[in-house]
Design a protein around this ligand. Sequence first.
Ligand SMILES: O=C(CO)[C@@H](O)[C@H](O)COP(=O)(O)O
Length: 225
Amino acid sequence: MPRQSPIIAPSILSADFARLGEEVDQVIAAGADWVHFDVMDNHYVPNLTIGPMVCEALRKHGVTAPIDVHLMVEPVDELAQMFAKAGASLISFHPEASRHVDRSLQAIRAAGCKTGLVFNPATPLDVLRYVMDKVDMVLLMSVNPGFGGQSFIPAALDKLREVRALIDASGHEIRLEIDGGVKADNIGAIAAAGADTFVAGSAIFGASDYQATIRAMRDAIAEAV
Ligand SMILES: O=C(CO)[C@@H](O)[C@H](O)COP(=O)(O)O
């Protein structure tokens, strides 16, 4: 199956929350494809962020780009439904945060969203092979979840290669997203290892020129694959 076209998804965790609508408009105008929306509950991860009301507010503000919701919450199901109603396009969750992974995936699809399963750096991939037909995206964390601005964990490159092989062998159209410490200077190696969907928070929102940063990322990906 041919590799899917690269998607750049800036993580709004590193945006200026006081000007969130404007920040999202600016990164989309600068060439980003999706909005990556990090939801933290101060339970599954030691930090607290934003919920479905903010997702709905972005839609009301006029954001039409896909909103890629990453739930770092436990439990999963109720919030996933709230995000589906609030305008999420894709909802990803951590399998260890759901008692019934297959049921959670089915419920997200039934609510009209695409599904994602997220694996932390040290979380094994075991569950994945049982639900390949119900997953639209695998999200590999290349940092421990909870905070932006951390360094990329190099072992994630081997894990990317492993998941890329699983996806290719499955025959399903599944995106492979990477999240954590992604920068213009390592995104080429990350793409070469198999990622097609790239979350970047501090590297984009911390830059003075969003467009030049996203362009540099796209160029590095194109050169690597
Ligand atoms: O989910 C998370 C952190 O838990 C990420 O989405 C970070 O927000 C990525 O930030 P950078 O590492 O790119 O600064």
